[in-house]
Write a protein that binds this ligand. Structure first.
Ligand SMILES: Nc1nc2c(ncn2[C@@H]2O[C@H](COP(=O)(O)OP(=O)(O)OP(=O)(O)O)[C@@H](O)[C@H]2O)c(=O)[nH]1
Ligand SMILES: [Mg+2]
Length: 320
């Protein structure tokens, strides 16, 4: 098949670090391309080496600035880095993504840094399936670390961050961030907390409040991970070293406690679930004009059948 030859060629080029091949592969993910199945099959043997860090937080807390500073630190260690800025709010490339580009400009010419803003235009499984697939592209392309930036506005975005090996939650002083974070269920997913904009008033208070909230929700045993709180000024790089150290500590902890495999199983199950539910939904959609559904509807109206039994019959029909 011509399509599959294209895919093999693309994957080979991506593995050699060709940024255009990587971009094409991620576009296949984003668009939910018909070739996606072949792309994933071709990539799977080469993926599984990258350490995946999710960064989430309210709009404007400094996720992109922090990510950029983190990229600088990781490049100093000689690591290849992939960055995915996942935008849940807009199906098209919008203004926020432009801002990200500006913030990450200093890495634009570095061949060992791959930066991509991503929406989930045509992807059936939505962002929750598209994100792990895009991570797989960057992973197979030889990135040692993949950073995923998502705006923590809704539950699904928070869940995307939670599919990472390490989930980082960013806060900034003021704006009642602590309370917002608790509402969004963001506190539960954080392996590490960053209070950014520590050059502003109230950073200590925010860190303290966060510490209290974490202690309240705490039900940890010996050997459990205790999420550290790091204060940064991403704009100047202050605190980034401590942030990197905290990430390294969490990575070691994951390895020592067999948690890395657990996280990856979680990520894979989110991905599979997204694809499977989308496939089922597509089939149910197909059934709308289907005789089976209208026949069942008639039987329910005719009081021959209750709606639950009708739904059972329909579901049984779908899984055939
Ligand atoms: N004072 C101060 N400003 C900062 C710091 N870090 C980032 N900023 C500024 O905060 C603004 C938002 O930063 P971004 O990095 O774009 O924040 P973001 O969380 O990625 O924003 P969205 O992607 O739009 O949600 C920018 O104007 C940054 O220059 C910091 O440590 N101190
Ligand atoms: Mg940003």
């Amino acid at each position: 098949m011509a399509g599959n030859n294209d895919v093999t060629d693309l994957v080979e080029r991506a593995r050699k670090g060709d940024p255009r091949a990587v971009a094409r592969l991620i576009s296949h993910v984003e668009d939910g391309s018909p070739l996606l199945r072949a792309v994933m099959a071709a990539l799977t043997p080469y993926a599984g080496n990258a350490y995946v860090v999710g960064l989430t937080g309210s709009p404007g807390v400094g996720k992109s600035t922090t990510t950029s500073a983190l990229v600088t630190a990781l490049r100093a260690q000689g690591k290849r880095v992939g960055v995915l800025a996942v935008d849940p709010s807009s199906p098209f490339s919008g203004g926020a993504l432009l801002g990200d580009r500006v913030r990450m400009q200093e890495h634009a010419t570095d061949r060992d840094v791959y930066i991509r803003s991503m929406a989930s235009r045509g992807h059936l499984g939505g962002l929750s399936a598209a994100t792990p697939q895009a991570v797989r592209v960057l992973d197979a392309a030889g990135c040692d670390v993949v950073l995923i930036e998502t705006v923590g506005v809704g539950q699904s975005e928070v869940e995307i961050a939670a599919t990472a090996d390490t989930a980082v939650v960013l806060l900034a002083p003021g704006m009642g961030d602590g309370i917002q974070a608790a509402k969004a269920g963001i506190l539960e997913i954080g392996d590490l907390f960053v209070v950014n904009k520590a050059d502003r008033d109230g950073a200590d208070a925010t860190a303290r409040e966060l510490g209290h909230m974490l202690a309240l929700g705490e039900a940890r045993g010996p050997g459990d991970w205790r999420p550290p709180i790091v204060k940064t000024v991403a704009a100047t790089g202050q605190g980034i070293e401590e942030f990197v150290e905290a990430l390294e500590k969490h990575q070691s902890w994951l390895n020592e406690h067999g948690k890395l495999a657990e996280r990856r199983r979680h990520r894979a199950s989110v991905e599979i679930e997204g694809i499977a539910l989308a496939a089922l939904r597509a089939r149910i959609g197909d059934l709308r004009g289907d005789r089976r559904l209208s026949t069942l509807a008639e039987r329910v109206v005719g009081r021959e059948l209750d709606p639950y039994s009708a739904a059972d019959e329909l579901v049984a029909g779908i899984s055939d």
